[in-house]
Write a protein that binds this ligand. Structure first.
Ligand code: XMP
Length: 520
């Protein structure tokens, strides 16, 4: 458990609770999200939060049996901020009144105006020309009577109690969502809240690195650890961190399944061999994977085959390492939140994500997951602390099944080769135009069709290529990237001129949802 000052976010199921954590981490404040069902008096005593935030949520506090925090949240003597449902639950629990409907529901943009008295939570607010602040509302219920001790500090047309507080107890309640983009000055509110709560911003990656190293040493002792290395930023940072902690007690296994990008295997292996001297097994298993994928076109079947073979191969190499007791994984905090999420996770399987899950039980290994408290950008910051080359740190995510899911329909070596070269030209274009870091993920996919074209004086009948580029915060939702027409035209011309086998290029302008990021 971290020794930093800690803030607890009690989750009532809002879609945007993760964003609260993001805003706080950006302020160098350590926080954790826990579903309200998990939080009782014993939990609070152990967690010892320095402040608490009650999130929004879809339920109505007017419904009997609706979610509640334990009463001790309000007697611990720490500052509490209630947001939306959290605001309403706070009012209800502290003696106010919440009612449903009556035409006062508000969804979307609203403007809050200040009351006469100033509140330190609102420092830096209401300084604009019209003295109002834009906020994002999303509520059906509303507070109709505030709790004793509370005072109004801001109102909107639909929410007379948009901002209320009991300054003597440091209790604050807002009807809107300060964590979302559409509340442009929302970050300031969080900044004020953590300042009032006495946080000193002690959550930095430099301190985290030392603590994580100490924890890994304690967990692992003198045993051996194996780590599946994909070349992605998460597994690379995990490997280097563990290597700093336990040196050659770590062995990495890099599985080349024949579905990697151009020069990827060499780059990853060289980076690790040259810079780190980490024992590294380079498992070239392309024939095995491509052999079993031969003739398979169904996306789920492809994913299952790759997942199964990955486990087999990993097991084969891991069994050659004497005394391996631990498996290292680059699990991130969003994965942890997902697996304990309020709603119990997604109800339908969109795709079977491939990772090395399933291995620990099969092999009787214990897990080392040094990144499970971090968001992706924090992993990148940690990577910089560990002096990983920038080229690795800033890499776009690359899925475990690799090019298999960027090659809809049957996979052939010919298609993979064309795809690799086209993808390299596309990424080179993006880098040349200085766009790489603005994009969450960009890649080419080879479509399962040939089209007719004309080149020089001749007819061509070649593959069509789809280009994809998206912006995203966490990969859960995404917008397509708005390239200029000039960029798209130039890229298409370069690909067709430089890559034999492609005679047509499409740009995919589907967002997620309804699309997914990968094509399969
Ligand atoms: P989708 O296509 O589901 O992808 O919108 C969301 C993000 O996850 C990556 N992705 C995967 N990563 N194993 C992985 O390690 C997988 O099986 C997998 N499938 C998709 C995808 O690249 C995107 O960043």
């Amino acid at each position: 458990m971290t020794q930093h000052q800690r803030l607890l976010i009690i989750d009532f199921g809002s879609q945007v609770t993760q964003l609260i954590a993001r805003r706080l981490r950006e302020l160098s404040v350590y926080c954790e999200i826990h579903p309200y069902q998990q939080v009782d008096d014993a939990f609070l005593a152990e967690f010892a939060p320095k402040a608490i935030i009650l999130s929004g949520g879809p339920d109505s506090v007017t419904r009997i049996g609706s979610p509640r925090p334990p009463k001790s949240v309000f007697t611990l003597g720490v500052p509490v901020l209630g947001i939306c449902y959290g605001q309403q639950v706070m009012m209800q629990e502290l003696g106010g009144l919440v009612e449903t409907g009556h035409g006062t529901a508000e969804f979307g943009r609203a403007y809050v105006t200040p009351a006469a008295d100033r509140l330190p939570l609102l420092d830096g607010w209401f300084n604009g020309a019209d003295g109002r602040e834009q906020v994002w509302m999303s509520h059906g219920d509303h507070v109709s009577r505030i709790a004793p001790g509370f005072q109004v500090f801001g109102t909107s047309p639909g929410a007379p109690f948009a901002i209320t507080a009991d300054p003597s107890r440091n209790f604050f309640a807002v009807q809107f969502h300060p964590e979302v983009h559409h509340t442009p000055n929302g970050a300031k509110l969080y900044e004020n809240f953590v300042r009032l709560a006495g946080f000193t911003g002690d959550w930095t990656m430099a301190s985290y690195k030392d603590e994580a190293i100490a924890r890994i040493r304690e967990q692992v002792g003198d045993k051996q650890v194996i780590c599946g290395l994909s070349g992605g930023v998460d597994s690379s940072v995990a490997a280097v961190l563990i290597h700093e902690a336990i040196g050659d007690q770590l062995t990495c296994v890099f599985v080349d399944h024949g579905l990697l990008r151009l020069n990827e295997a060499e780059e990853v292996v060289t980076m690790f061999r040259d810079n780190y001297n980490i024992p590294l097994i380079h498992a070239d298993e392309a024939d095995l994977f491509l052999g079993e994928l031969d003739g398979v076109s169904d996306p789920e079947t492809k994913r299952k085959i790759i997942g199964r073979l990955f486990i087999d191969v990993f097991q084969k190499y891991a069994s050659q390492i004497d005394g391996a007791e631990f498996l290292a994984q680059g699990t991130l905090y969003p994965d942890v939140i997902e697996s304990v999420s309020f709603s119990g996770g997604p109800s339908v399987t969109i795709k079977s994500h491939h990772n090395v899950g399933g291995l620990p039980e099969k092999m009787g290994l214990k897990l080392v997951e040094p990144l499970r408290e971090l968001f992706k950008d924090e992993v990148r910051a940690l990577g910089r602390e560990l002096r990983l080359p920038e080229k690795f740190i800033g890499r776009h995510p690359f899925p475990g099944p690799g090019l298999a899911i960027r090659c809809p329909g049957e996979i052939t070596r010919e298609k993979l080769e064309i795809l690799r070269r086209a993808d390299a030209v596309y990424i080179d274009q993006i880098r040349r135009h200085g766009l790489y870091d603005d994009i969450w993920q960009a890649f080419a996919a080879i479509l399962p069709m040939r089209t007719v074209g004309v080149m020089g004086d001749g007819r061509t009948y070649d593959f069509a290529l789809a280009l994809r580029a998206v912006t995203s915060v966490d990969g859960m939702t995404a917008d397509y990237y708005p390239f200029t027409h000039e960029f798209l035209g130039e890229t298409s011309t370069r690909i067709i001129n430089e890559v034999r086998g492609i005679n047509r290029v499409f740009y995919d302008c589907t967002s997620k949802p309804p699309g997914t990021i990968e094509l399969e």
